[in-house]
Design a protein around this ligand. Sequence first.
Ligand code: GKR
Ligand code: MG
Length: 424
Amino acid sequence: MTVTPVAIADPPLRSSYGLHAPYALRAIVELRSEDGVVGISETRGGDKMLADLERVRDVVVGSDARGLTHLQERVTAAHAATARNTVPGERTNPRDVPLRVYGALEVAALDLVARAEGVPFCDLLGGRVRDTVAFCGYLFYKHAGGGGEGDDAREDVYGEALTPGAIVAQARALRARYGFASLKLKAGVLDPEVEADAMLALRDAFGPGVPLRIDPNCAWTHDTALRVVERLHGVVEIVEDPVSGIGGMGALVAAMRERGIAIPLASNVAVTWFDDIPPAVACDAVQMILGDHHFWGGPRAITDLGRLCETFDLQLAMHSNSHLGVSLMAMVHVAAATPQLRYVCDTHYPWQDARDEIVEGGRVAIVDGAVAVPTAPGLGVTLDRDALARGRERYERQPYRKRDDTAEMRKHVDPAWTRTVPAW
Ligand code: GKR
Ligand code: MG
């Protein structure tokens, strides 16, 4: 088992969590079998994740890449006492750490087995139900800058975006480059009325044929959320995590129904693992769940989640965070093998710079808003060893060791900033 930390330039994107640092941190996991086949995966980086992966080295080395159930049990046991990852103002999943660690290992183990057998990764998940996977154009409020620091500063391809007009311009640029057929705005940054104005401006610019979604990551109160959804009724297709908590989402759904507002609510914050599903279903808090193999416990957890969503008549979508091509290809294979995932997936990929890509051949192509599901063995991408070494050097050179969007806000925007949920 080899774990390589990498840093990738990340532009100054905003969310209710704060501001992205100039570098996002990822970890690349490689599992090598005794006969020399290598499986790869990509996951969250930073010192804590590296230590969490290191802790299971003895469990992983010498185990059977096909023995996933046993591996997961041992990873869970090894992390029984590990401190949880916590986000201020959010419900925390007590098994977040073992699920993230195991999720990374499951991708690499399945990739190894798929390569050994000469079949595409998705074949080990039951096979593909689609040949391309569609992604949305992920719009962000953004300060000027392209990410990176010092002589590693990158070109600011999309420019500052802090007004409705600039968000429309950003959407045009992303659509021109990648062909996205659907758009999602990361909100929870400006006054909610201004964010609602941005959605109306997007509708005016692109018409009803381009589905729109807004995600303020719990920044709104119940009353604010009601006001916004009333304005956006008939304009947005989905609202994601408008308020915090399963109870809060359930109460909002009930109030929306009383007013005849039929916009489904989606979540990757109130519902973050299987144990969140019973209480969410009990109060009808969400109509769509955004799964993510990185923290739900690997690709098989997402295909299971698909079946569960079908059982409870919930829609399934896919969450993302800043990532490179290995994560993207894992997301593509998972989506290809999950029939219930009929909604477009999220990806931060357009925000990353070609210079940081670590897969051979460079950036994965997004054409007409979609990525083709590879037919080559495994994930269909291999590591470019020189690019990986450069990513590691970049990690060593830059000062960040964990994601801290609050610290970046204080450094660059407002020295007194604290994440308050709800903020409006
Ligand atoms: O990249 O700032 C960001 C996003 O806010 C991310 O951290 C969220 O996890 O994209 C995510 C979401 O849909 O909530
Ligand atoms: Mg979200």
